[in-house]
Ligand binder design. Structure first.
Ligand code: GLV
Ligand code: MN
Ligand code: MN
Length: 433
């Protein structure tokens, strides 16, 4: 028996995928870098959201925006029980790539198109979502839409969030035409959801070293964001003797190097990727250097130990520099072990019944029916929602592993294979009684 090709399995949904992909490509693109600036509640985000609403309308799906600003498109009764939800996000990091987020949303609509063409017979509702502000690029906290929905970010905490210009999150929502007054945990909605499945471009090279275009997620490393404020004294760069300075840039620079060294010792990750300096003048010693640490590790004990060591070193160095160091944890996501029965069901569906397992290394010489199961260090809405509903993820091969960068890329054939896999998985989940 010949195995149908991906194009055959997708039918006209392959073209639907290509069309949606090309529609989104210009939205929020920043010409100088070739990357995307689709930050929450900005005009670029509004364009993405309008595109999502158009996709829902074009397919005759019931469209709604929930109390937290997440978008939903329903095939079947939105009030029905036991819904299967798929989707991802449309926002980006500063100068992010085209795939992180949008690939999941486009693939979801295309998978639904394929299922309808196959004449699928769902026994429960299927919804496609765009979770708002997944990257946290504007207000500092990642996965705001799913955190609010899951109740791990409260309305009061969300109301306190501000962007770099001091605009409060609720004001930004209001300016974008979204009422923020009902922000908060959405227990009723979640009670109608049986599972959430998110397809995402892989953000590493696990699959690139295998013959497999698609894998299933096992776990997400615990991770968080910490703000380090180094307060010194502004002074003249040309007249202040070195021994008289209280220069916070020195404390910050030393902390960046220390974070790197300690992360290596722990086999973990620590990144200072964002910094702001006051007054930010070439000929003035800084009065304040504010740097954000993103740190991740395979387990929570390692992550805690690593961040404690970085913080202690920062304080010690600051004291020597006559600088005050304040450290604030801005967000934290514990380790996520995806729902094992759901993960195994997906792996069985995609891997011709191969038993699921959790390799920590590339499965060398894996048989073609095998479906790789891999962990990731990247955060996702599926990870946040796993605290309240069963969730699972599919990863699409990324040949370079590069992500959060304009050069993020996945080949079209792999993207279509991901869509076909998502369609198979959704059919399994929505059509079985
Ligand atoms: C989101 O992509 C994150 O891992 O920070
Ligand atoms: Mn991302
Ligand atoms: Mn993402």
């Amino acid at each position: 028996m010949t195995v149908p090709s991906v194009e055959e399995r997708l039918g006209s949904a392959a073209d639907s995928h290509r069309r949606m992909w090309s529609e989104l490509l210009p939205v929020g693109r920043y010409d100088a870098s070739g990357g995307y600036r689709r930050h929450a509640w900005t005009p670029a985000d509004a364009e993405c959201r309008a595109w999502f609403a158009e996709q829902a309308a074009a397919r005759g799906l019931a469209y709604e925006v929930d109390r937290n600003g997440n978008q939903w498109a329903w095939y079947g009764d939105p009030a029905g029980e036991g819904a299967i939800v798929t989707g991802s996000h449309l926002d980006s990091v500063p100068d992010g790539g085209a795939y992180d987020g949008p690939l999941g949303v486009v693939s979801s609509f295309a998978a639904l198109d394929a299922l309808r063409e196959r004449g699928f017979q769902p026994v429960r509702p299927l919804a496609i979502t765009n979770f708002v502000d997944e990257e946290g690029a504007r207000f500092g906290v990642a996965c705001v839409g799913s955190r609010l929905t899951a109740g791990v970010l409260t309305r009061d905490q969300a109301y306190e969030l501000r962007d770099a210009a001091g605009v409060r999150l609720p004001d930004a929502m209001e300016a974008a035409g979204q009422d923020p007054s009902a922000l908060g945990k959405d227990t009723e909605r979640l009670s109608r959801v049986a599972a959430y499945v998110e397809l995402h471009v892989e953000q590493g090279r696990f699959l690139a070293e295998t013959p497999h275009p698609v894998g299933v997620a096992s776990a997400i490393w615990p991770h968080g964001r910490w703000r380090f404020d180094f307060h010194g004294e502004a002074n003249h760069a040309g007249t202040t003797r070195l021994q008289d300075r209280r220069d916070p840039m020195l404390s910050y620079a030393d902390t960046v190097l220390t974070a790197r060294e300690k992360a290596a010792l722990h086999g973990a990750l620590a990144t200072f990727g964002k910094v702001s300096v006051e007054p930010n003048g070439t000929n003035a010693i800084a009065s304040l250097v504010r740097g954000w640490l993103d740190s991740r590790a395979a387990d929570e004990a390692t992550l805690t130990a690593l961040v404690q060591e970085i913080e202690a070193a920062a304080r010690e160095r600051a004291e020597r520099d006559g600088v005050r160091a304040d450290v604030v944890r801005e967000s934290y996501t514990p380790v996520v072990d995806f729902d094992a029965p759901l993960r195994d069901r997906l792996a069985a569906c995609l891997g011709a019944g191969t038993p699921a397992r959790r390799p920590t290394t590339t499965p060398a010489g894996a048989p073609s029916g095998h479906c790789p199961i891999l962990p990731t260090g990247a955060g996702h809405d599926a990870g946040i929602l796993s605290a309240v509903i069963p969730t699972a993820m599919l990863f699409v091969r990324n040949p370079t592993g590069v992500s959060h960068s304009p050069s993020e890329y996945a080949g079209e054939a792999d993207c279509l294979a991901g869509t076909a896999a998502l369609a198979d998985v959704l059919e399994e989940l929505v059509c079985r009684p």
